[in-house]
Design a binder for this molecule. Structure first.
Ligand SMILES: [Cu+2]
Length: 131
């Protein structure tokens, strides 16, 4: 009984975060497209995390079969339901977002498609488009 209440509260928090994320996106129109640096065949993206702006940039385009490296630099420690980051289907291990502790997610996408960048509970915070 108690567990289900805790889960319900966590879900509500998640939904609230999504709503504010969506509002941020539309009000500022700032779906920032990422520039990659190409090093030794690995397409590397440098990403900043802050509690105010979530991840920036948050929209990435990559090629199927090509190695990709995401480097997330947390300026803040994320709290609540958004305290982890993952890319379901490409990076399935939720990584904790801790101020000053760089997160590296390196993978080779195999199938074209749109992959959401999320927290461990699946709340959207960006997208990786695989062509
Ligand atoms: Cu969450």
């Amino acid at each position: 009984m108690k567990t289900s209440i805790v889960i319900a509260i966590a879900l509500i928090t998640c939904i609230a975060s999504t709503a504010s994320f969506a509002a941020d996106q539309s009000s500022t129109g700032n779906a920032v497209k990422a520039e990659a640096s190409q090093n030794s065949g690995i397409k590397t993206f440098t990403i900043l995390y802050s509690n105010a702006k979530n991840i920036a940039p948050n929209t990435f385009t990559v090629n199927a079969g090509a190695r990709v490296r995401l480097e997330v630099n947390p300026l803040d420690t994320a709290t609540g339901c958004m305290n982890t980051i993952m890319v379901p289907g490409l990076w399935d291990k939720p990584e904790p977002i801790i101020k000053g502790k760089k997160i590296v997610m390196e993978f080779t996408p195999k199938r074209p498609g749109s992959y959401k960048i999320t927290c461990a509970m699946g709340v959207n915070r960006g997208v990786i488009v695989v062509k």
